[in-house]
Ligand binder design. Structure first.
Ligand code: SPV
Ligand code: MG
Length: 431
């Protein structure tokens, strides 16, 4: 009997999947590959049901003879392993990022003469509706909130990019690239105080009030599903912070990072060039403890940010604070540095990991930007935040365009550098 292989990564079975199984069943024994969470999250939608449940669901389908695990998004390993006579897939993977998956299937089948069958992709209204519903489900607070913890458990390093409005949120949500023969995308978003303030033309001194920050979060959440880490500055007064935690938790933010500074906060990239005061360990621990006390779910994370290296207080102070903050209940530690090289970050991580191998470590490599994700991960870092690069790339482009229109007294000269609006709006979903 011939064998037919198809890979599923869906949380809901619709007529399109049933059609694939029907076609496969006509050809022989049907083996369905269940794509692992780890592989799935690199190129597709985040799962809303656990892997084991997906496997059970695929197994229960009429016409499915066997379910196996596909651990890599590329088909090479699984095809080498089971050598099916046929691989069947919808014909929607010929273009776009998924074309590399198709390529991997074609290349592996060619090794022994296996055949690729491409069934017409089902695009009925009901399939579109199911797709949209799945996406909407992920944007619900209860799914989004817990996703950061899930990602930390699943990924070697959680890749986080700054977003400060709907459009940058969409870029964070939808950018998928082919890199090193695989597809990749960002895992989470950072709502930076610096970029949120800058977008409003204001300095980064906790001037943009919480209602306005919430509005930014709302704009982003409206059009995205990925988890959000909020830059909470100092967290403000402890008496206010407890209410902030409740609000963020309710709307589905995954984590707040608060920094151990007090008084008029200035951006860390200024370091000691401006007056900045570090909070006492006791007072900051109390803020963390209070935040944890009022939390209603197990999902939300309070991450403590240590400014000792920024303020040149030394490694011992940074480590002492880290252990104290974890003791007070912090769900993660962010260690920041203004140095060009990552050495002090590595030293901190290595020393911290000698005593604590589970509390997530977060870093923001703005100054030490030559460091790779792999290097950070090898020193025990769990979350990397690209904190301001979108703002810094958009600003000079907009400034140049404004200059050129003024110089030329018309817009013709700039046009070739601009994206047609027709293209921009392809990013924007219509209901
Ligand atoms: C931010 O993005 O607002 C931050 C990170 O707090 S940094 O600007 O590096 O201090
Ligand atoms: Mg900030």
């Amino acid at each position: 009997m011939k064998t037919v292989y198809t890979c599923f990564c869906t949380d809901i079975i619709h007529e399109g999947h049933l059609h694939i199984i029907e076609e496969a069943h006509k050809l022989g024994k049907v083996i369905v590959g269940a794509l692992s969470d780890k592989a799935l999250i690199r190129y597709n939608r985040f799962p809303t049901i656990p892997f084991e449940e997906r496997v059970r669901m695929y197994k229960s389908l009429d016409g499915v003879d066997e379910v196996v695990v596909q651990d890599d998004m590329l088909y090479d390993d699984i095809i080498d392993q089971i050598k099916p006579d046929y691989v069947i897939h919808g014909d929607n993977w010929k273009t776009g990022p998924e074309a590399i998956l198709r390529k991997s299937a074609v290349r592996s089948l060619a090794k022994y003469g296996g055949k690729l069958i491409e069934a017409k992709y089902t695009t009925t209204e009901s399939v579109k509706k199911i797709d949209l519903k799945l996406k909407e489900k992920l944007s619900m607070p209860e799914y989004r909130r817990k996703r950061l913890r899930q990602l930390v458990a699943m990924c070697p390093i959680v890749k986080t990019i700054e977003a400060h409005n709907g459009l940058t949120g969409i870029i964070a949500e939808k950018t998928v690239v082919e890199t090193d023969g695989k597809l990749d995308q960002f895992d989470a978003m950072w709502v930076s105080s610096l970029c949120d303030s800058t977008a409003k033309g204001k300095p980064d001194i906790e001037l943009v009030d919480f209602s306005s920050r919430i509005q930014t979060l709302n704009d982003i959440m409206e059009v995205t599903t990925k988890p959000i880490i909020l830059d909470g500055d100092t967290g403000g007064l402890t008496e206010h912070f407890v209410y902030t935690v409740r609000t963020l938790e309710r709307i589905g933010v995954s984590a707040i990072i608060i920094e151990d500074k007090t008084g008029l906060k200035k951006n860390s990239l200024f370091g000691n060039e401006v007056v900045q005061t570090q909070d006492t360990i006791e007072h900051f621990c109390e803020k963390i403890r209070e935040g944890k006390r009022v939390q209603l779910t197990d999902d939300f994370m309070i991450i403590a940010r240590i400014e000792s290296l920024i303020l040149e207080q030394g490694m011992d102070d940074a480590l002492k604070r880290a252990f104290s903050y974890v003791e007070a209940g912090a769900d993660g530690i962010m260690i920041h540095s203004r140095k060009k090289e990552p050495d002090e970050i590595f030293e901190f991580c290595d020393k911290f990991r000698e005593k604590d191998n589970k509390t997530p470590i977060v870093v923001v490599p703005t100054s030490f930007n030559s460091v790779t994700e792999e290097e950070l991960s090898s020193h025990g870092v769990n979350i990397v935040i690209y904190a301001n690069q979108l703002t810094r790339s958009a600003f000079p482009a907009m400034q140049q365009t404004a200059n050129e229109i003024l110089r030329c007294h018309r817009a013709k000269e700039v046009d070739s550098k601009l994206m047609p609006f027709k293209e921009i709006i392809t990013l924007i979903d219509e209901l």
